[in-house]
Each structure stands twice: as structure tokens, then as C-alpha cells.
Design a protein around this ligand. Sequence first.
Ligand SMILES: *Cc1c(COP(=O)(O)O)cnc(C)c1O
Length: 392
Amino acid sequence: MNINQNYLNLEDSYLFSNIAKKVSQFAKEHPEKNIIRLGIGDVTLPLAPVVVEAIKKAADEMGVQSTFKGYGPEQGYGFLREAIKDYYKSKLVEIDADEIFISDGAKSDLGTILDIFGLDNTVLVPDPVYPVYVDTNIMAGRKIIYANANEENGFLPLPDNNVKCDIIYICSPNNPTGAVYNKEGLKKWVDYALQNEAIILYDAAYECFIKSKELPSSIYQIEGAKKCAIEFCSFSKTAGFTGTRCGYTVVPKNIEKQGASLNKFWLRRQTTKFNGVPYIVQKAAEAIFTPKGQEQIKENINYYSENAKIISDTMDKKGIWYTGGKHSPYIWLKCPNNMTSWNFFDFLLNNIAVVGTPGSGFGRNGEGYFRLTSFGDRQKTIEAMERFSELI
Ligand SMILES: *Cc1c(COP(=O)(O)O)cnc(C)c1O
């Protein structure tokens, strides 16, 4: 018996455990302080009423023999895939229902999609980055190279024709930086991928936060993307499904590599290793796409966006450089006075009892930066920014 030695190459992530440790230590020493957490990457508002109703109705169906459901199609029920297809149509993107695969969330698919790619591919990930892209490839033993995201490029790196890679990760709007590619930027990546026969893995988990029709909310709004990009999306951040678990992946039928269809490979992979998302959860997701559902989830997104505006307005007022906030729940700011990410973390915690996330936890280029999130409570966000304004 041999273990997968690649697991030994994983770096332990102490980011969130270190934050928790420091916060609980501070709380113990200063029980009178009202700590405000703007570090969380999880939603806080409850499910939309239409979603809850759909769950109850589906649960009732499961308890009646004539409407009971056993195993469903591994790639998801037709009703949900059709609803997603129509959603894409509203973005002027034509996708067939059999190009859409329902999953229990984007994180799973971002990891498992790697099953259909060879181990000798070189992977390009931006730095800083959502850690899942890196760790899943370390587990498989692939070579990883980094695209530098920094202040000069607004944390939106563009392809370098001297750098060769096979699998490219793009997340827009980005976690952790909140930065969003425009169409020109994405087109450069699509052109690079087509020219180098690379594949783009496009993470659109935050697409609902995009407020402008000028900005792409799907990579398929870029010409040529259907020949080189797989898109991952999730209801987690857009409809509060972080605990309910549902997302989808689009694998276009006309991506052919070495004579093989990636759509067929992914279908085979899913039907072999995955048995589908619960019927009840898929009915819940379907409800998001009804007019009422869209209205209700937009209310929640607007709530978070307003929080983001309160945070970014404060940064503007203080002359602090940042990305994100406008089309994203994240504000990624440059630590004042050249503080390191952890220095700034301690500075905020000790002086105003506000918790954020040190940027250095997301990669080398994150050093000196700091992430605040808008997923918290309105009143607390306002108070945190009042304290911030007084301190800085
Ligand atoms: C939250 C998040 C996801 C969604 O993950 P789920 O598994 O669908 O909850 C995907 N990508 C990024 C970058 C995220 O921040």
C-alpha cells in the first residue's frame, strides 16, 4: 500500500484557524469589546421565501408514493437545466441543456473536473487566489505556475505569450480581490487559450454581483469561449445556498481535445462517480429562476452590495487603494502605512475590534493587502466603518 505522496506537498493552511485563535484570545482579554467580523466568506441572510416554499413542497412530494423520487439523472433534472439554459439566454448566451451539469456546488466540480485532464498539464493560477485551485492540483501532482496579480494590473493579470500553460483558472468577480475582468481582458485570455490549445476553468460564483451589462457575467459572452472554456457557477453566494448545496458546470459540446469531447468525458465521469443532487434541493434551485425568486435573491444581493458600498466609500474617503466592492461582495484594500497583512489585522483587532482577512493568506502577492467582506449585518458594517474612520 502506498499513499498519494502528493498530499505531503500540501501546505497547511493556518489562515482561518489563526484568525479564530487571535479573535478568541482578544475576546477573552477584552470581554467588554463588541467584536465586528468582516472577515467571513459566508452569507448570512436566509433563503428566499420562494425557495423555502419549494423545499417544503418537494419534501411533501417525496412522502407520497405517486410523486416519490429515487435516483435522479446524475447530471441533474431537466427542469433545472432548462431553467439555467433560459437564464443564460437572458445573458444572450445559447447553451444546450445537455451542456449543463448540476452539482452540489462549485467547489466539488472545480476539484473533480481535474479527473478528465492528464497529470502532465501545466496549470496557471493567479496569485492571490481561492486556495481550492492550488490544492486540488497539488493533490494530483500537476505543475503549477502563477500569474501575478498586483496593484499595477489592478489584480487582473493578462496572459503572457512567453508563458506556456494548459489549464488556466480565472475567477471573476474574484475572490479574494473583488476585481472583475472586462470583455477585452477576458478576450485576451480566450485568444491565448485558443492559440495555445489550453482550457480555461472559469469560476463565475459571484456573477450575480455584476451590476453592469458592459461587464461579462459569463465567459461565453466572449467570442470563441465555447471552444476553450468550462464555466462553474453556484447558488451559494447568489442565493444563500452555502448550506443547501447546489451549483452547476457548463461543458460545451464543441470543445474537442485530441479527438475527444470534454462534454462526453465529463458526463462519463459524473455518471460513474456522482449520483446527483437531491430532488428537493434541485426544486429549491429551480425556484430561484422564477420571477419572484429572481426578485427575492436580488433583494439579498442588493443588501450585501449596499454594505460593500459603505465599506468602499470609507476607503475612498480615507484615500486607501482597493479593488472590488462595486461588482463584488469583497473589498481588497492596500494596508495603510506599508503594514503587512497580519500587522494590519492585529492593528484593527486591537484598536477597533474589527476582524478582516489578511491578504497574505491567499498567496505571496496578497502580502500587504487585506480583505473585508460585505456578507455581514448592515448596522455592524456601518459601525465597523465608523470605528475605522476614526482610527485611520
Ligand atoms: C464560495 C465560492 C465558490 C462556491 O463554492 P460552493 O461549493 O458552490 O459553495 C466557488 N468559488 C469561489 C471563488 C468561491 O469563493
